[in-house]
Design a protein around this ligand. Structure first.
Ligand code: ADP
Ligand code: MG
Length: 204
């Protein structure tokens, strides 16, 4: 199956992260075949995802926390795991320009602080709306060169764990539904993301 959102678009190529004249990210195994890399990346990051789930909440929801999640998930495959990207990226949607990643994250972190990191929310509908907003904002910031989806989902899982009343299971949404909800959110239509989150949230 064609991976609908694997590759980012570049006008001038991405020699910083990819092997020359390809879309293949330089990686610790020096795999140059894109399918092989995707498969290795998926397997390795999945194993790390499960081991991180077992750890519970691993930080304070700061940018350092988000970076540490990315580092954990992708440590086996990319030397830049845990590092903010240094190139601008787009997938039809133009994601946050590099120089605005930190200030934009700071805005969302300030909002989270005023919300006590959503720890006091008791109502599922309210939680869905706030988590959808948070996920939508994180997705537009897209801090990493690859692996943003997995990293932001782990961050959101931990936000829910920290609240203690909800568990979120993203496997209740398909990749296509997440993609459409992300695109809708990028166009300021939050409804499909709110519904998606509502369906994935379980009250404990
Ligand atoms: N055109 C788009 N507009 C907004 N979000 C998008 C778009 N394409 C993909 N996404 C979102 O970006 C995330 C994928 O980012 P990516 O860095 O490839 O991480 P991963 O490989 O872990 O999924 C997914 O959550 C997806 O829904
Ligand atoms: Mg990807």
């Amino acid at each position: 199956m064609k991976d609908i959102d694997y590759s980012y678009e570049y006008e001038d190529g991405d020699g910083k992260y990819c092997y020359p004249k390809t879309n293949v990210l330089r990686n610790k195994f020096d795999i140059k075949n894109i399918e092989e890399l995707r498969s290795a990346e998926r397997e390795l990051s999945m194993a790390r995802y499960f081991s991180m789930e077992a750890k519970g909440v691993t930080g304070d929801f700061s940018l350092e926390h988000l970076k540490s999640i990315h580092k954990w998930l992708f440590q086996d495959i990319y030397t830049w795991a845990g590092e903010i990207r240094t190139v601008d990226i787009s997938k039809r949607t133009i994601f946050c320009l590099v120089q605005f990643i930190e200030p934009q994250f700071e805005i969302i972190f300030q909002w989270l602080t005023t919300q006590n990191f959503l720890a006091d929310v008791k109502d599922k509908e309210e939680m869905s709306k706030k988590v959808a907003y948070l996920l939508g904002e994180l997705n537009m910031i897209h801090p990493f060169r690859e692996g943003n989806g997995r990293t932001q989902r782990m961050y959101i899982e931990q936000i829910c764990k920290n609240n203690g009343r909800f568990e979120i299971n993203f496997s209740r949404a398909t990749k296509e539904e997440m993609l459409q909800a992300s695109i809708d959110t990028s166009l300021c239509d939050c409804l499909s993301m709110e519904k998606l989150i509502y369906n994935c949230l379980q009250e404990l």
